[in-house]
Ligand binder design. Sequence first.
Ligand code: KIV
Ligand code: ZN
Length: 524
Amino acid sequence: MSNDTAKEKVVIFDTTLRDGEQSPGISLDVGEKLEIAGQLARLGVDYIEAGFPIASQGDFDAVHAIASNVRGPVICGLSRTSYKDIDRCWEAIEPAEKRRIHTFIATSPTHMEHKLKMTPEQVLAEAASAVGRAREYTDDVEFSPEDASRSDFDFMCDVLQAAVDNGAGTLNIPDTVGYATPHEWAERIKLIRERVEGEYIISTHCHNDLGLAVANSLAAVVSGARQVECTINGIGERAGNAAMEEIVMTLRTRPDIYPNLEVGIETEELARSSRLVSRLTGYPVQYNKAVVGRNAFAHESGIHQHGVLNERTTYEIMDPSVVGQDGSKLVLGKHSGRAAFKDALSKMGLDIQGDALNSAFTRFKELADRKVQLSDADLEALVAEELGSSIENSYELVTLDVKGGNANTPKAEVVLESDGVQIKAESEGDGMVDAACTAIKKATGIEGRLTDYTVMSVTGGVDALADVALSFESADGLKVSGRGLSTDVVEASARAFISALNKVVRVRNSGENPQEIDRPGHIG
Ligand code: KIV
Ligand code: ZN
């Protein structure tokens, strides 16, 4: 009898936009979250945990926008156990085609005593009633006993049993603080399966505090977990979550160890998803990151190069093109027209129209004039920059003139346009980037300071595009981020700085306070 018919699916539950967005310093706006959600749908994830709707108006709006616009994956919202949380969660995900409510409460002694200030009996009753409430809205309810790895096993199983009895179809077992080890985690999952009765899927949600998130998730799969919660690039609270690309490629690459299991992921989209998340969050991907790092398929030593030239599999266990590391050999340059540009974008799944397309094309021409060819990665970065900056901008960069070196004090002169009026300002600075940013502050009259600044090259080589991500805190306490792209690092910095200041203006005009992202309780 063939084994092929007996494949079981491992559900990929992506929490990049919820747990991933809880990484220190990451704050994505609605447009950015929509862009990531669209890419997750192309990647073929089964679930998108889009956010924590009760946490802030911004979180609610993002989950609602994703539920309204993204088709394919089930859209999930996170909620604590109070009815107010669950009702708000439902309101946010309601427009989706397929919806899930994920409700959680901590079951470890330390969380119950010091955070919840509840007795175990109260926690059990809360879990049961929360799941019941969520089931009034949808058949698809997930329950998590937070800090499961440090919970008393018997008590946690009682809570899980109550969740199943009240209609939870997925029991997610979180290693909230990344404390578990693979053998222990495998055993715990197996024992839960044996102890808790009923029809449910076991899920695993592992944090990476000891660098074991992926190993623990895979150990759980061996013990019967059929959903894995993970994030692109492994971003998440503290040291992060399990990295989706590593989980997926382990399952695909080692069918001998994980027989008859399948995941519905379009692996060719992994590298692009990684780049997009990195660019929008400002979290760089380490060069040697498994699967999606730029060196994941680079061979340095002569012996290795010789081996790979003769036969790729001598030193490569995966084909780079299978994870999208090769990309298509797209060559777009300064002679390419709008149609070729649009066509290239749509082949990459980037569907932009109208003003966004026009301004992206104008920027493409500017960049192509300075760089002979633009790769897929350059185009993605360019479109990301334009999408981020095409919404109601108050200031646009017209010209930037900088003088640097170590003989004289660096100077910058900028001309910005706002409402059709040109504003000129100049400044000196510690370096050219500092001079340019100070001149921009003068031109806009927005006071504040840079709190974070990262520059990455989009591709390798001396003609690479510089991609600058920065965080800015205005004098009145607004914290925003900005990104900018150019062949010139100072110009990319100026563009990133202007995009951050435009966000300050938008936030002030809309009256929304990004700091009200007051996440209820600590969740991991
Ligand atoms: O780490 C955790 O416990 C969580 C839960 C909300 C599932 O993120
Ligand atoms: Zn978590």
